[in-house]
Design a binder for this molecule. Sequence first.
Ligand code: HPA
Length: 255
Amino acid sequence: MTIAVIGGSGIYHPVWLSQVTTETVTTPFGAVAVTRGWLSDEHSTSLFINRHGVDHHIPPHRVNYRANIWALKELGADMIVATAAVGSMNQAMAPGTLVLPDQFIDFTKNRESTYFDGGGGLGQGVVHTDMTHPFSSALRRVLVAAAERIDIARPIEGGTYVCTEGPRFETPAEIRAYRLLGGDLVGMTAVPEVVLAGELAMGYQTLALVTNWAAGLTDAGLSHQEVLDLMAANSQRTTRLLTAMLQAGLRERRD
Ligand code: HPA
């Protein structure tokens, strides 16, 4: 069982891997740089993709999601844990909290969000992928168990991630609307990643770090720098958790 990691803001290097090599994978959607390296047990390897590029130059609405997920599948990944910075609309999810969402609401507008496009190849025919359980409960369990082992605060299990198109932040009125709809977190990347992983029958879990209260919940405005600063301050905890999770691996069903 190979678990790949997609690193979001603040997680640019797979420090949990050794003897890393980076290869360019050609997919029907474009080329992707994928890093492979050994886990510390030296019996297995894992894969890593940097969602925003090494110097954070790819904005959320320009990420080549279809190529990224395709490349991980092609290199043998069975499951994906993806880190993400999010704003919070839920008082129980303060900045600094790790959350493992179990639902999403899609407010993206302009993204290539499917492999089943009605054309040739994988797209042949009409396919509607089940999204009853979009995120992986098996990955949530191994992440929570790993957090207990390394003695960090237990990530909150469950929550609804609202995905916006970005790259702008939300208006306070939008945040009020998302709260009424049942949203807990707001971010810009989980959709279509989770959808595409589901279409390729890969388990997927967002490991969200709350970097800020969502727009209008405090008097202050939002800045990308504050998001990056909070990610940087917490990146060690996130990478320790990913390391512990990958070392334990996953021997269960991938539901
Ligand atoms: N909104 C959208 N995306 C985000 C936020 C936010 O408040 N914080 C980090 N990513």
